[in-house]
Write a protein that binds this ligand. Sequence first.
Ligand SMILES: [Zn+2]
Ligand SMILES: [Zn+2]
Ligand SMILES: [Zn+2]
Ligand SMILES: [Zn+2]
Ligand SMILES: [Zn+2]
Length: 353
Amino acid sequence: MLSEDDILAAVRRGLGAAGADPAAFPAHGARITRHLLVDGEIVRSVETREERTGFHPGSLDLSDRPRYDDLDGYAIPAPSDPGKPSALLLVRRGTVDPRPCDCTNGRRQCARCEGAGDVKCPTHVPCGGCEGRLCCLSCEGTGKPALKAADRPQGETGTRVDCRECGAEGAACGKCRGAGRKKCGVCRGSGTRPCPLCKRDGTIAHDYCGGTGRYVRWTEGVVERRPVVDTFKETSSLPDRAFAWTREDDGWQRVDTLDGDPDADADLDPGIAAFLKPRLGHHDGEVGRRVRVRHLSLARVTHDDHPHRVHVVIPGPVTPRVVTVRSPRRTRQLVLLALVVLVAAVAVARLVS
Ligand SMILES: [Zn+2]
Ligand SMILES: [Zn+2]
Ligand SMILES: [Zn+2]
Ligand SMILES: [Zn+2]
Ligand SMILES: [Zn+2]
């Protein structure tokens, strides 16, 4: 961390470069506050373990999967990369149970045709030419002519022909000639057609065993690890734009792969240790973590003689860098001044017009 003398010297150098008199920035009247900028992430690998029923249609070689007796007690090394999700499948010892399926060589009787291969089909279908209207004005398809023929339905324009059922002249639908129905085109009047489900086979492949006639069941242990990421970008009592004052090549200090207790890490800056400590608690199921943080301690310097300026001294790789910004009070004054000018301009514009 920079000493107060280093900080004041840096400010004076900065003012000197800008053409100001370094002596105009005496230690007396200078106020220095220090602020920590931290950004980075903590990635935890969080693990869950559960048992479920393993099932595979047909045969499956499970000999290469690790066996366990007690899933919670099964030791697995910590992840080499906590940011990478993973899933490990294990087999509980003695549970692998391959068996034949209760179907017949992977096939079951077709439920639609009950094994017959054919389904019923109507021998006749209604005539498309007269459906819903009279197929014969005289006999209505019965073959027995009525005493008085019916009138043609209103709006009918098609030609009527002689009825093949009752012989009435010009009374029947031209398509069915009075029958009112046609032979079914699918079964050609036979009354049965191939089953659409099994295509005449009478059996269908059994879904459960995938048509193989066998399956394997076992108790499966699943160990899943997924990353939980906590990213942060914080400053202690400075606005967020403080990050914009910094550069990649400033004297950021980096913390990489810190596993445990910040108190145990002697090299760690006390400020950053205090920042990290509440974030480094152990999560349920945590099996590994990676911490990547960079931090920078800024000094904010004001002087009673120059209330409008704030000097930010940023540690660099060799010498500190100084960024001079307007004080918040000065900014407010300027905004107010701009408003006054605007109001005045509007007033003048009104007078002139
Ligand atoms: Zn007829
Ligand atoms: Zn007809
Ligand atoms: Zn049919
Ligand atoms: Zn069938
Ligand atoms: Zn089966």
